[in-house]
Design a protein. Structure first.
Length: 257
């Protein structure tokens, strides 16, 4: 996966486009599409905003990551952790089965018009298709029974800045019915960045596409960095995501992660 990110981070050298006309969409045979097609198995999707690249993986809720199965989160009451993060909006309407887990890969760490989210990853709990038992390498189910729920991870890639409208359109369609967000440092970085990208692209987005309510500044948003610091900052040398995963969840990433 690192090779994909290295190539896509070349977007950092780009400057804001001249938006006097709608950007031309790349043809399917373009070298940029061919490069990503070869490196990341997925599919090209098309919507009113254009075309972009989608990678989808589904994991049964019995799939164990670290110490716990994915489905353990569905048995967690958000209100039980609300005192650790009183400004997150973890009221009675916040349900882990209905929220979106979001992360981004960007062309830079700062803000501004020249920073693109060239990949937006969204995880959701959804009803799984009968017989769908695809598991990630290195995971194991805690039960052999077939679950009707899967944790679905979708990664939306823009292979070229001209595909940003399609990426944002797809994101709006997916997030429209979600009631909240879960991120790690997303209140400071991911959510403001995405709000900015919608603002920058408002001239080119289809008329029916707007910022999803779940991404609004006042939306219900559990940023795990803040409660993690409250719980473990005195115990751990670092509250970085990778260190929390290793020390608290016993989850150790590979290069592919």
């Amino acid at each position: 996966m690192s090779s994909v990110l290295d190539r896509l981070r070349r977007l950092q050298s780009l400057r804001p486009q001249n938006f006097s006309a709608e950007p031309e969409l790349p043809r399917r045979g373009d070298s940029a599409a061919g490069t990503l097609d070869a490196l990341v198995s997925g599919e090209e999707i098309e919507n009113p905003g254009g075309r972009c690249w989608l990678v989808t993986e589904r994991y049964p809720v019995e799939t164990v990551r670290g110490r716990l199965p994915l489905g353990a989160l569905l048995d967690t009451t958000p209100q039980s952790i609300a005192p650790l993060y009183p400004n997150a909006g973890l009221g009675t309407g916040f349900d882990f089965s209905q929220v979106a887990f979001i992360d981004t890969e960007t062309s830079g760490l700062g803000g501004g018009a020249g920073v693109y989210a060239f990949m937006v990853g969204v995880g959701t709990f959804e009803q799984s298709a009968t017989g769908d038992r695809r598991l990630e390498i290195g995971t194991s189910p805690v039960a052999s029974r077939q679950s009707s729920i899967a944790f679905t991870v979708r990664q939306f890639f823009m292979r070229h800045p001209g595909e940003e409208s399609a990426l944002l359109t797809a994101l709006t369609e997916l997030l429209g019915e979600r009631s909240g967000l879960v991120t790690f440092n997303g209140r400071t970085f991911d959510a403001p960045l995405l709000r900015g990208r919608y603002q920058m692209n408002r001239r080119f987005l289809p008329g029916s596409v707007a910022l999803p309510p779940v991404l609004a500044e006042d939306g219900a948003h559990l940023d795990l960095l803040h409660p993690a610091r409250r719980l473990w900052k005195r115990r751990l040398a670092s509250c970085s995501l990778s260190n929390l995963e290793a020390q608290i969840l016993a989850l150790h990433r590979t290069q592919e992660d």
